[in-house]
Ligand binder design. Structure first.
Ligand SMILES: Cc1cc2nc3c(=O)[nH]c(=O)nc-3n(C[C@H](O)[C@H](O)[C@H](O)COP(=O)(O)O)c2cc1C
Length: 326
């Protein structure tokens, strides 16, 4: 009997496949289909900081940024928090897998008290997705890191459920920020968020949105940092995200050290039933390799056995280029 169970951020999961926050998880019918196909947990579609703040205090006066205020007010009217909380309660009633609430924020921690409402509505954990691209030449990057830490510290004080952070790759030292988040009380990190991808239409000569879906090759950094972070920051769970498109992707992330994986693009493309197919293929691989449980191979290929993660990375780099003609 193969044991697919794993522990992520203090949640006991029946297997390592979590459905990532997306349009898939804003629809109850799809969530139920995903559960039926075997998904171990779902991360609900994010609630945006702007929604929370606008509901709190109508902070943005129409004279500040008229266009943004119009947009946000319209958005808030149709997406107010109470609807989000009602949806969370409904999902909790209808499914038995863990439900993770997600907040997409970019600035302060002034909305953190709202997290308690997610907890009261039944969320099993919180995922904070800090979407921030600092471009001010004179803004100290340490302040950004401190802002992440402050948000986590405030959340941990506000709720008892596990707090996790979905990070972008835009940090100069990812293990270091993960360790700071761990010290602040975060129980898990999602590595990585896939932010908006800009592109340029050269015929229209204008900026356009790139593909919202990832491609399988994007798993490289996901594997790299599961390997490095799991070795250097053992006190925090990792959910690998971006480019996990199939059973091989799930297995690679776990071998590198992830506790769980989050899937999105593959489920949009293949449908909810793809979870079952992926799980069957993971089991098939475990059977062939003689593994009886996920814990037996988790981290087998992390940077753990090597003294320095920098040297681990350097070794992979040297192997790579010594195999090429240049
Ligand atoms: C249509 C769509 C909507 C998404 N919405 C959210 C969201 O609300 N919050 C969030 O944290 N991530 C969101 N994501 C990002 C996914 O959760 C995921 O991190 C990203 O797609 C990378 O995973 P993948 O390679 O499996 O697609 C969205 C992705 C897609 C494709």
């Amino acid at each position: 009997m193969i044991d697919l169970t794993t522990e992520y951020a203090g949640l006991r999961l029946k297997n390592p496949i979590v459905v990532a926050s997306s349009g898939l998880t804003r629809n109850l019918r799809t969530i139920k289909e995903l559960e039926a196909a075997g998904a171990a947990a779902v991360v609900l579609k994010s609630l945006f900081e702007e929604q929370i703040e606008a509901e709190m205090s109508q902070i943005m006066s129409p004279t500040d940024y008229p266009e943004a205020a119009d947009y946000i007010n319209a958005y808030v009217q149709s997406n107010e928090i109470s609807k989000h909380l009602d949806f969370l309660r409904e999902v909790k009633q209808e499914v038995s897998i863990p439900v993770i609430a997600s907040i997409n924020c970019f600035r302060s921690d002034s909305w953190v008290d709202f997290a308690k409402q997610f907890e009261d509505a039944g969320a099993n954990a919180l995922e904070i997705n800090v979407m921030r691209l600092d471009t001010d030449l004179f803004y100290d990057a340490n302040k950004t890191e401190q802002m992440y830490v402050n948000i986590v510290s405030s959340l941990v004080r506000a709720v008892k459920i596990p707090v996790t952070v979905k990070l972008s790759k835009a940090f100069s030292n990812i293990p270091s920020i993960v360790d700071k988040l761990r010290a602040a009380g975060a129980k898990g990190v999602v590595l990585f968020n896939r932010s908006y991808q800009p592109d340029i239409d050269i015929e229209k000569v204008q900026m356009v949105a790139g593909n919202v879906f990832s491609h399988a090759g994007e798993i490289s950094d996901t594997i790299r940092y599961a390997g490095i972070v799991s070795a250097l920051v053992p006190g925090i769970s990792i959910a690998s995200s971006t480019g996990v498109h199939d059973a091989a992707g799930v297995i690679k992330c776990i071998l590198a050290g992830a506790h769980a994986t989050q899937m999105c693009t593959a489920l949009y493309k293949e449908g909810p039933g793809f979870v079952a197919e992926t799980l069957a293929a993971v089991e098939g691989w475990m059977d062939r390799k003689g593994y009886r449980s996920v814990s037996e191979f988790r981290g087998y290929l992390s940077a753990g056995g090597i003294k320095s993660a920098t040297m681990y990375e350097r070794m992979q780099f040297m192997k790579y280029f010594s195999n090429k003609e240049n």
